[in-house]
Structures are given as C-alpha cells and as structure tokens.
Design a binder for this molecule. Structure first.
Ligand code: CDP
Ligand code: CDP
Length: 232
C-alpha cells in the first residue's frame, strides 16, 4: 500500500548498504529492495542478448521494462536472484557488471522503466530500500533516509574481501580505481545522481562495525516511531 513506511539507504559502492539494509529489514520484519540489483540485471540481460556496448537507450529501456527478474531466498534465508528463471548470483556481483549497470543507470528511459517496479516493493508493514536515489527520487516521502558512506580505500578493501569469499578474484588496486570511477559517473550524471537527500542522516561507517551501524539505525527508526509497525 502507498502508506507503507520506507527507510532508504543510499550511498557509494561498497559502503555496506546491502548488508545493513538486509539486517535492518530482518530486525523490523519488513521487506527489502536491492535496487542496484535491478540495474545490474538490466545490464546482464542486455549483455546476454549481445547488446554491449550499451548504446541504444530505447532498446535498453525495453529490456528494463520487460525484465523477467525474481527476488527470493534460499532455505538459509540468503537472497537468491533469478533472471529469466536462471540463478544469477556471482555474475551479478562482479565489478564488470557493476560498471555496465552504472552505464545503463545514466539513461533516463531506463530509470523511468524501473520506477514503478521499485515503488511496488513498498508493502505493509514496511520496506528498507537500498540504492543511489531511494531517498531523492523513488521514495521522497520516506520517514527515515540514510546516506551511508565510508572512505574509498575502506570500501575497496571490503569489496575485495567480499569477492574473495565468493570465490571471485580481484586486486584491491583495480577495485579502488573501478569503484572511484563508478562513484564519479554515478555522482556526475544528470539524472538521479548519487547525493544525500536534503533530509538524510549521513553516516560514515569507515570505522564502524556492521552491528554498530545496524543498532544506530534501529535507534533512529525507534525515534521516528517506525518500530511500532514491526511485522510478524
Ligand atoms: O551494498 P553496498 O555495495 O553498499 O555494500 P555491501 O555489499 O553491503 O558491503 C560491502 C562489504 O563491506 C560487505 O562484505 C560487508 O560485510 C562489509 N561491511 C563491513 O565490513 N563493515 C561495515 N560497517 C559495512 C559493510
Ligand atoms: O553494491 P554496489 O553499491 O557496488 O552497487 P549497486 O547498488 O548494486 O548498484 C550498481 C549500479 O547501479 C550503481 O553504480 C549505479 O550506477 C546504479 N544504481 C542506480 O543508479 N540507482 C540505484 N537506485 C541503484 C543502483
């Protein structure tokens, strides 16, 4: 429903948005939207159809509009993403897919094609949404908006560790360059650039543990009166 409360978490690549959003959603009994995965899925679907380099905005907007994506969980509660019925875990998380995602994400018609799909995630009792423009464009009425950040060195280090754990190889130096370039493109684009909403709480988590960030945000959610709407 339209009145379902939303907590938005925006910020640069590797800040911890996904991890923290999921934990917060679980704690509140709310659902969760990984909006970056939608842009990554559009990029992957386009790549699978031989549409790289990504040039034709109208064709890519069509891919976005007709995206056959499903978000579900495995038995351990870990998120599973399907593209046209196929599990696309590790392919989606590579930095090359992130780079292609950031290219399609700069196209206004692609963003427009994904807007309603994202808003449809706002169901009772509530939604935690992570991305770049959750607080500025998609859910401007959200009662709690967070801009999560960390130094680019720390984000590259964390992303490196994360990729290694998934069996993907990458050098910290390459990641640092790729992440900085993607942040630059996301921040400088004309449409829905990466920036904090005027009313966002800005949290630098370079030196904060995941648990410390989650507790801090639970505290803000409580203060905003959002925890009474706890589900389950
Ligand atoms: O979604 P986003 O790209 O912002 O980041 P993420 O994938 O949630 O987090 C990147 C990595 O940083 C994950 O492995 C997190 O466990 C880790 N992280 C951390 O160590 N400390 C934090 N305060 C936040 C995230
Ligand atoms: O996990 P990480 O922060 O590295 O990336 P992501 O959240 O999966 O997003 C991948 C790319 O999609 C970003 O670099 C943005 O270009 C784009 N994106 C966006 O434009 N708007 C969003 N709400 C979410 C992602």
């Amino acid at each position: 429903s339209q009145s379902a409360p939303v907590i938005t978490l925006d910020g640069p690549a590797g800040a911890g948005k996904g991890t923290i959003s999921r934990l917060l959603a679980t704690r509140l009994g709310w659902s969760f939207l990984d909006s970056g995965a939608l842009y990554r899925l559009v990029a992957l679907a386009a790549q699978k159809r031989g549409l790289t380099p990504l040039l034709d905005e109208a064709v890519l907007a069509d891919v976005a509009l007709n995206l056959d994506a499903r978000f579900t969980q495995d038995t351990a509660g870990e998120p599973v993403i399907l593209l046209a019925g196929e599990v696309v875990g590790t392919q989606l998380r590579t930095e090359s897919c992130g780079d292609l995602a950031s290219q399609v994400a700069a196209m206004p018609d692609v963003r427009a094609a994904l807007l309603e799909r994202q808003r449809a995630f706002a169901q009772s009792p509530g939604l935690v949404a992570d991305g770049r423009d959750m607080g500025t464009v998609v859910f401007p009425q959200a009662p709690l908006k967070v801009f999560l950040t960390a130094s680019v060195e720390e984000r590259a280090r964390r992303r490196h560790k994360q990729l290694m754990e998934q069996g993907l190889s990458a050098s910290i130096d390459d990641l640092l360059g790729e992440i900085a370039e993607r942040d630059r493109r996301d921040s400088e684009r004309k449409i829905a650039p990466l920036k904090p909403a005027d009313d966002a709480l800005i949290l630098d988590c370079s030196d904060l543990s995941i648990e410390a960030v989650v507790s801090e945000l639970m505290h803000h959610a409580e203060q905003a009166g959002l925890t009474e709407r706890r589900g389950r």
